[in-house]
Design a protein around this ligand. Sequence first.
Ligand code: TMP
Length: 213
Amino acid sequence: MSKSPPRDRARFFVLDGVDGCGKSTLAARLCGELERAGRAQPLHLREPGSTKAGEAIRAVALGKQYELAPAVEALLMAAARRQMLDELVAPALAAGRDVVCERFHPSTWAYQGVAGAVGEKRVVELLKRWANEPAPDLVLILDAPVEVALARRGGAERDRIEAKGRAFHERVAAAYRRFAEEKPFGGRVAAIDASLPTERVAAQVWEAVRGIL
Ligand code: TMP
């Protein structure tokens, strides 16, 4: 008997990358493509957040009124993620709906583990232990130079982590590139050149997604 999953099994997709890499637009487009391909309406999520508890955690983790060490940020991200996995991702997949999630483990690895110096291994241990199930079927890393991403989001600093400065975001961007090469959580990871016009980036995303449907 073949070990490969049935072709119609619901899939869990993650889109991740620096602030301003185009995640939201591409995630919405991917949901549309999946539906046009005849799949059940996908569940579009964002991290941290998507659940009531997760949005409350987001307000604390990203609020400019709080001072948090990167280790505390990592713990909050893990808590929000576990809530989302249990409350939304697992039931959606069980019901046959694909999940498209903006941000996931690569964000914590890049922002807290590498740029925030919590340590890559500690972040992997934390998330593998507490937020590992269900695991994504495909992680898409949207790679865009910091200046392209900054220009896309109009230079606006919307939250405390985005306000950490240019050098921090350069470290985040380099960490994402390394994530795509090293795949520290295992699983399928695809690097997408997100510096191209949206149409071409969306085409690369769909190509990678179609490959696992
Ligand atoms: P966004 O949802 O608008 O992309 O913003 C989320 C912010 O949270 C962004 O600055 C990146 C940050 N973040 C982390 O630092 N670690 C994480 O694990 C996640 C999911 C997000």
